[in-house]
Design a protein around this ligand. Structure first.
Ligand code: COI
Length: 356
């Protein structure tokens, strides 16, 4: 792919924040972005790296009305050797293609977009932060841009990648979060778009999360939409339970996001010889296990959240403490090891790091 380069003029270049402590996740952006366009009959074209800035979109652009879109989230790290590396980037672009299939978006050439991302990252390499626990969050996005208000498959798209230097996703960092089971709302239904990384799933979760926050909880734990019994995910991360020393996570049923951190936790756990189960798991099993002590830990896993221990699980107005409410040893082990690989401190037996 030929990429046209328009650099930000020296006077317009911004200075990356000296520290990310106190900077809210995803609110600062680097100097450049990658864009390309799609037209039916022409395919992807007009690939360019240009100054980060507003998009030019007609108010009639289809994505603004019907949300035909997909986004991804991955991170670039400054690793121990001083080099920069991405974590499993092909998995994100492969997932974007699976979302694209469901959302009728055009497919990407995984190697071409990865190459474009690397070029962007090399240009904005000064934005990869070096502070402990920080990274450069990468947000690839595809939008339907045909100017038409009738509901149909768009014939035009915009793909872009933007970069944001980030610290922890939750203000509490790697400390336990309190989550609340949503009884009133559901996130995704069988046959719907729950497995896809698309804005509508996140839009559907906002009201529940707002209400959870008003009640003092950080996030919502979603149950399945049909029986309202089976645990699905948290919305900004997948969920894991330590039950009688086994690592248990809800199996992918089509209404759960197939997280790349989720997949990495499963692979790492199996590699360590732990018993890892992907199966259906009911809220009753978890609550009973919290009461009789067989559920010793709960933690979330996601790109933005990394590994996030859960201290309290609330259900029907009652708070259930997880273990002693502190970060447990299993969550700690996964956090240490996963971030160890991501920052090049640990060996990378799976070849998950991709140097930039
Ligand atoms: C991520 O973990 O990268 C996500 O896309 C979740 C989002 C709510 C920040």
């Amino acid at each position: 792919m030929k990429i046209k380069l328009t650099k930000t003029s020296p006077e317009q270049l911004k200075t990356p924040p000296a520290t990310l402590s106190g900077v809210v996740f995803g609110t600062v952006f680097s100097d450049h972005m990658f864009c390309m366009e799609w037209d039916d009959g022409k395919g992807w074209h007009s690939a360019q790296i240009k100054p980060y800035g507003p998009l030019k979109l007609e108010p009639s652009s289809m994505v603004l009305h019907y949300a035909q879109m997909s986004f991804e989230g991955l991170k670039a790290y400054k690793i121990e050797s001083g080099e920069h590396a991405l974590f499993r980037p092909r998995e994100n672009f492969k997932r974007m293609n699976r979302t694209a299939q469901r959302m009728c978006l055009p497919q990407l050439d995984v190697e071409e977009v990865l190459d474009a991302l690397k070029q962007l990252l090399r240009l904005d390499s000064g934005w990869v932060p070096g502070e402990d626990g920080t990274s450069l969050y990468v947000r690839p996005t595809i939008l339907a841009t045909e100017e038409a208000i009738g509901l149909k498959v768009s014939s035009k798209y915009l793909f872009f990648i933007i970069l944001s230097p980030v610290g922890p996703y939750y203000p509490q960092g790697f400390n336990p979060v309190n989550i609340m089971v949503s009884e009133k709302y559901v996130r995704a239904v069988p046959g719907g778009i729950g497995f896809a990384k698309t804005g509508g799933n996140y839009a559907a979760s906002i009201l529940a999360e707002k209400e959870a926050k008003e009640n003092g909880y950080t996030q919502v734990l979603w149950l399945d939409a049909v029986e309202r019994r089976y645990i699905e995910e948290v919305g900004s991360m997948n969920i894991f339970f330590v039950i009688d020393e086994s690592i248990v996570t809800p199996m992918l049923t089509g209404s759960i996001l197939p997280g790349i951190t989720r997949m990495s936790v499963i692979e790492l756990g199996k590699h360590w010889g732990l018993h890892v189960e992907e199966r259906r798991i009911t809220i009753d099993e978890v609550l009973k296990g919290l009461e009789d002590g067989s559920v010793t830990e709960i933690f979330g896993a996601g790109t933005a959240a990394v590994i996030s221990p859960v201290g309290i699980l609330a259900h029907k107005g009652k708070d259930f403490q997880v273990g002693n409410g502190e970060t447990g040893p299993v969550a700690m082990r996964f956090y240490e090891h996963l971030t160890g690989i991501q920052y090049g401190r640990e060996s990378d037996p799976f070849g998950w790091l991709e140097l930039i």
